[in-house]
Design a protein around this ligand. Structure first.
Ligand code: AMP
Length: 612
């Protein structure tokens, strides 16, 4: 293995990265750095996130910048705001000892004026998401005529997100003589097309095998009936008491529903998806980064910007439509030399997809068995014992209380005390699981007889507490704005009046923290949905849909409730502030040692957030 010095990295950059703890180059850096420092040909690097690719392109590009020329000389394009900020911040760290070098992150969702001001002052490197850069190009506030290096980071993600046209437009503004670098975790056809179109005899560097998933990741699938998916998820979460992971769902709606159910069941979980505002997403991501949150339920797109190295698990709540996304999902665990597990909870019809993924990642899945109640109890028990062993005792703080505690327990033997501590924590858990049905693994035949809902059947959902529907003759609608967006009943009525051409009677309104519900006559529901969806309110795109179980109260298939913040989008829709309260409640309940059960949906008391 070579050192950074042997790779040709300049002393002022080495000093900065040594301070950051980079002792030796990572494989992608060893491959890419000397090539970029020495050559001007184009390079394609197939590397996953977390492999050290930012420094692989960042260090040589920084070294090649001439700070005396006050113009953009390098352009880095990436798919998300979060990655953009991450790259810019890494480059700022690497260039700590290069005087006057300026890096500007350019991304949507923040003030364009301040970005224009910085551009006018002069920058050397622009790190941009394509949409905002196009905006700046159109305003003629950025000139790419002196760019010598273009880096497309996470090219496959950018194309997945529909940035092809923007990339075309941006590259047409950059001189043909530029050197181009393309980083991608996978090489789907669309990426191959870009390389053909824009790169000349590129040097291809592959870290690991093409399309191969990280070798430190174990892949496990659990096959269950569609109706059991959520119960299986809970059992898996229960079986790994120290789990710190992302649960990937396919749609925003499913993401919210699963997160709400988990929260209601007492797990330390939250959701991340595109119906949340940027501020809400930042808040959730930060909570997850600092491990105040154990389970993050997310869509693929929303999770893209999240840079977390130490996930123990990635859970696929169903497989993604596009199997390439599986590589991205699973690549989020097993990073930085750690091992991780990528779990897929699948229906029997998805077995073919499992085989396809195995071919793509060049690795076999293990078939897991959903843990039995007994196994979960045992696992939790040992986790408790482990915590008792390792807990840090603050002698000083408890010294005053201890004598009376000792006096009170004086009559008990050590073994008795241990038994009681264990019983205190576990009686309820054991009791719940004792009578819980084990989850049956489907055979191909039995599954054909069942429906393929990706969520528990309506009948099961209607068993939730407090289930009620809309007023007779009315439909209950969900809208993705709430108190956080300064919405109150009057503003919501105003919005309906503004956006729906004809007059509509509005029934009950429930404003939640991040979303709301309102009822309109059944005959007007579709008109309201059509007129309001995709409109904007304070820069936020509105989405309106029929609430889960949102019809009127006549049939059995009705959901929603009227308990203000406890209601909503099915009955899972506790607001974010309520979730905090639920967590606090759950913390205090944990002291009285209740525990979860599959039977006891919605009452998984006693889980202690491990990270708070
Ligand atoms: P990246 O793939 O660029 O997101 O990098 C993944 C992680 O590895 C980041 O936390 C980097 O700070 C870290 N990293 C990158 N290069 C090195 C290195 N040579 N030695 C130690 N850590 C590194």
């Amino acid at each position: 293995m070579k050192t950074f010095e042997e790779l040709g990295v300049a002393a002022n950059i080495r000093r900065a990265i040594e301070e950051m703890g980079y002792e030796n180059p990572m494989p992608v850096q060893e491959e890419v750095i000397p090539y970029l420092l020495g050559e001007t040909t184009d390079v394609i690097a197939l590397a996953q996130t977390g492999t050290g690719k930012t420094a692989a392109f960042g260090l040589p590009v920084l070294q090649k910048i001439n700070v005396k020329e006050n113009v953009p000389q390098a352009l880095i394009l990436c798919p998300t705001r979060e990655l953009c900020l991450q790259i810019a911040s890494d480059l700022a760290d690497y260039s700590k000892y290069i005087d006057n070098l300026r890096v500007l992150p350019v991304y949507g969702g923040s003030s364009i004026e301040s970005q224009i001001k910085s551009l006018k002052r002069g920058v050397h490197i622009i790190v941009a998401t394509p949409g905002r850069l196009i905006d700046l190009i159109n305003r003629k506030t950025v000139n790419l005529g002196d760019v010598k290096h273009v880096i497309l980071d996470e090219a496959d993600e950018m194309l997945n997100m529909g940035f092809m046209d923007s990339i075309d437009e941006i590259l047409s503004k950059v001189p043909d003589s530029r050197q181009m670098l393309l980083f991608s975790a996978t090489m789907p056809k669309e990426v191959a097309k870009i390389t053909k179109k824009y790169m000349e005899s590129p040097k291809e560097i592959t870290i690991g095998r093409k399309n191969e998933s990280t070798s430190t990741v174990k892949h496990v699938y659990y096959m269950v009936h569609a109706k059991d998916k959520y119960l299986a998820l809970k059992r898996i979460a229960d079986y790994y008491p120290d789990i710190y992971g992302i649960i990937f769902c396919r749609t925003r709606r499913e993401t919210q529903e699963i997160a709400d159910k988990l929260i209601q069941d007492g797990y330390n979980a939250d959701s991340l998806h595109g119906d949340l505002s940027q501020a809400q997403r930042d808040y959730v991501m930060q909570k997850f980064r600092i491990r105040n949150l154990q389970l993050l339920v997310a869509t693929d797109v929303a999770a893209r910007g999240l840079d977390v190295d130490s996930l123990t698990h990635v859970i696929n709540y169903g497989l993604p439509d596009d199997i390439e996304s599986y590589t991205h999902r699973s690549g989020r665990t097993g990073r930085a030399g750690k091992t991780g597990t990528s779990i897929a909870i699948v229906h029997v019809k998805e077995k073919g997809k499992i085989r396809e993924i195995e071919k793509m990642i060049n690795k076999k899945f293990e078939q897991g068995t959903i843990p039995s109640g007994e196994a979960i109890c045992e696992k939790q028990l040992f986790s408790l014992v482990d915590r008792i062993e390792k807990v840090k005792v603050d002698e000083e703080e408890i010294s005053n209380l201890l004598p009376s505690v000792f006096r009170k327990l004086d009559w008990l033997e050590k073994e008795d005390i241990i038994k009681r501590v264990v019983a205190l924590e576990f009686n309820r858990l054991i009791e719940y699981y004792r009578d819980a049905d084990e989850i049956e693994s489907p055979t191909e035949r039995s599954s054909r007889d069942r429906d393929d809902n990706s969520f528990p059947r309506r009948r099961d959902r209607d068993q939730r507490p407090n289930g009620r529907g809309a007023e007779r003759g009315y439909s209950r609608l969900f809208i993705n704005i709430g108190r956080t967006d300064n919405v109150n009943p009057a503003t919501l009525m105003g919005l309906v009046n503004d956006f729906v051409p004809e007059k509509v009677n509005i029934g009950r309104i429930d404003i939640m923290q991040n979303f709301s519900f309102f009822e309109v006559p059944e005959k007007d529901a579709q008109k309201v949905i059509k007129s309001m969806s995709r409109q904007e309110q304070n820069g936020r795109r509105i989405s309106v849909e029929v609430a889960q179980g949102g019809g009127s109260d006549r049939g059995s298939d009705r959901g929603g409730n009227r308990d203000g913040d406890r209601g909503g989008r099915g009955n899972f829709g506790a607001s974010r502030s309520d979730r905090g309260q639920q967590r606090r409640n759950s913390d205090s309940r944990s002291k009285s040692s209740s525990r979860p059960s599959d039977k006891d949906k919605g009452h998984r008391k006693g889980r202690k957030p491990k990270f708070s």
